[in-house]
Design a protein around this ligand. Structure first.
Ligand code: THU
Length: 141
């Protein structure tokens, strides 16, 4: 059970990450806060590149930070973003990030929180945002 207090903590941490977003090309800043099953929070921001392709989204930055430290179990992620770091609307994860979530998370249980403010947070399961997702179990069918 993720309390409202914890959602607000995730929101605050994701919003703080907008300050570290490296987005000189799109000027679209994104921040993420990833909640591990043991209650730790890993943060991430988007990191762009002059060659465009190597750019990394905020969500994947948070996942890769955690996985690179041996953490593989997650409960939820908060994502916020907007032009020049101003949050105007929800910032849904791109398809590549949804697929990375599919690698490490149970799609029926993993929660994706999107927020316009601490008082306007919406919640989806990974399955809702990636129906019929392909995962490691499919390789053994
Ligand atoms: N971006 C993210 O970091 N996460 C999302 O959920 C959507 C898009 C980044 C990628 C790129 O740096 C910028 O936002 C514009 O697409």
């Amino acid at each position: 059970m993720i309390t409202n207090e914890l959602k607000i903590e995730l929101f605050d941490k994701a919003k703080t990450m907008l300050n570290f977003s490296y987005a000189p090309y799109s000027h679209f800043h994104v921040g993420a806060a990833l909640l591990t099953k043991d209650g730790k929070i890993y943060t991430g921001c988007n990191i762009e590149n002059a060659a465009y392709g190597p750019s990394n989204c905020a969500e994947r930055t948070a996942f890769f930070k955690a996985v690179s430290e041996g953490i593989l179990k997650f409960d939820a992620i908060m994502v916020v973003g907007g032009p020049n770091g101003k949050i105007k609307d929800y910032c849904p994860p791109c398809g590549v990030c949804r697929q990375v979530m599919m690698e490490f998370c149970n799609p029926d249980e993993f929660k994706i929180f999107l927020a316009k403010s601490k008082d306007d947070i919406v919640e989806y399961t990974l399955k809702e945002l990636l129906p019929l997702g392909f995962g490691n179990a499919d390789l053994n069918k």
